[in-house]
Design a protein around this ligand. Structure first.
Ligand SMILES: Cc1cc2nc3c(=O)[nH]c(=O)nc-3n(C[C@H](O)[C@H](O)[C@H](O)COP(=O)(O)O)c2cc1C
Length: 400
């Protein structure tokens, strides 16, 4: 178990976060409690080697699609406000929703884009809104690939190979040509450069959940016989080229991380593939890996042993770069469990939607954050527009 830090760092956290009334007037002594004279490990600051950028705590708002932005990919004031409120609420890192790097990589309505300079003014407003509250902002970059439907983009979806199946409504993707692959790699790099120009501290490449990067990594979705397909080392080439091209188009201070799924059965990507990918990435100029567990209690068998995903990722990374982990973390105990599994940063999704000031609940003797279902009033006060609340109705039992 990792050593916890003293309350000096917690004080730093408090002094920078004064909006939410519960934080007012919290002094040094009040910070001692649930953890004796020690603070919750997710409230300790962290300094990235790159920059160096110091984050005031290890609480991460994970990327969450919220369908609030404009058809042309420009950020709406509602999307900006909901993210700013999480910075104001004390998250050390605020990650945006998945944003498409190519015009035709758009996965759903209301998604914001980073494929044009026209998007920079909105991105700039968001980046400065997040920084003004002392948080670090990352944009999550993605291309939907076979999950960028023709009904949204007007063109046939593309992927590593011709793929159909779940979520494609009977349609089939077209295999990308070599020059198109190179163009999308450049799109990732140009998008990252726009994010840096707008004032974001970094980006998270979305290699999880079955979108284009994951489609290249998976043996079922990537059946190519050229240099982009075959063994994992070849299927990884697309991701590898994205990482190195993003690096070439951004400054040495710009943080670049990667989100991965530990297992994606439908794509043909298993835990061994995931950990081999982590190993290959550990030798690149990446600054963090984010394992998207969906549930941090989920386990996998590797090297004849069964352990939670986060433990395996941490085992392979072996301290070479920080590890973020997300999935079913609701309260301080859950967050502590993720840290004990080897996470350096604790990511949250749904609890951060309902509780903009979630890090506050990690303090001593706090009550538990309320659990779903949430009323529309509660969610409106938490900064969700009607469109976002409506989208959350699709998440079982979240909205009452
Ligand atoms: C409304 C919603 C939208 C999401 N959108 C994204 C997304 O754009 N990119 C992504 O990587 N994950 C996305 N996720 C997954 C979350 O980042 C997170 O991994 C997941 O919700 C599990 O964490 P939780 O149990 O704390 O909610 C989304 C989750 C929710 C609930």
């Amino acid at each position: 178990m990792r050593e916890w830090l003293d309350f000096a760092a917690l004080e730093l956290f408090f002094t920078r976060n004064t909006l939410f009334t519960p934080l007012h007037g919290v002094g040094k002594n009040d910070a001692i409690g649930r953890y004796g004279s020690l603070m919750h490990p997710a409230l300790a600051p962290f300094t990235f080697a790159r920059g160096p950028h110091t984050v005031k705590n290890r609480c991460v708002l994970a990327a969450m699609t919220n369908k609030q932005s404009h058809d042309d990919g420009c950020l709406s004031k509602e999307e900006i406000r909901w993210l700013e409120m999480r910075a104001e609420g004390g998250f050390g890192i605020v990650t945006t929703a998945a944003a498409n790097v190519s015009k035709n990589g758009k996965g759903w309505d209301g998604e914001f884009g980073v494929w044009s300079d026209e998007h920079i003014p909105g991105l700039t407003t968001l980046a400065s809104g997040i920084s003004d509250f002392g948080s670090i902002g990352f944009v999550q970059l993605f291309h939907g690939g076979m999950r960028a439907p023709e009904t949204i983009t007007g063109v046939q979806p593309v992927s590593a190979s011709e793929n159909g199946g779940r979520g494609m409504n009977g349609t089939v993707s077209r295999a990308l040509r070599d020059e198109e692959i190179e163009a999308i790699i450049l799109d990732f790099a140009m998008a990252a450069a726009r994010c840096e120009r707008a004032g974001f501290q970094g980006v998270e490449l979305h290699g999880a959940h079955g979108y284009l990067i994951a489609q290249f990594l998976g043996s079922k979705t990537n059946r190519r016989t050229d240099k982009w397909g075959g063994s994992l080392a070849h299927r990884w080439r697309f991701l590898q080229s994205i990482i190195s091209t993003v690096r070439e188009h951004t400054s040495d201070d710009f943080i670049v991380g990667l989100r991965l799924s530990p297992v994606l059965e439908s794509a043909g990507f298993d835990i061994v593939n995931a950990l081999e990918t982590v190993e290959m990435c550990a030798n690149m100029e990446l600054d963090f890996i984010h394992v998207s567990c969906w549930d941090i209690d989920e386990t996998a068998e590797y090297e004849g042993d069964v352990r939670p995903y986060t433990e395996w990722f941490s085992h392979v990374l072996n301290g070479r770069m920080p590890l973020f982990s997300t999935g079913m973390i609701w309260n301080a105990e859950d967050a502590e469990k993720a840290v004990n599994q080897g996470a350096d940063f604790v990511g949250v999704g749904r609890v951060g939607i309902a509780h903009p000031n979630w890090p506050w609940y990690l303090q001593k003797d706090m009550e538990e954050p309320q659990r779903p279902p949430f009323s529309t009033n509660h969610l409106t006060e938490a900064g969700l527009s009607p469109a976002f609340i409506n989208y959350m109705r699709a998440w079982d039992g979240f909205v009452s």
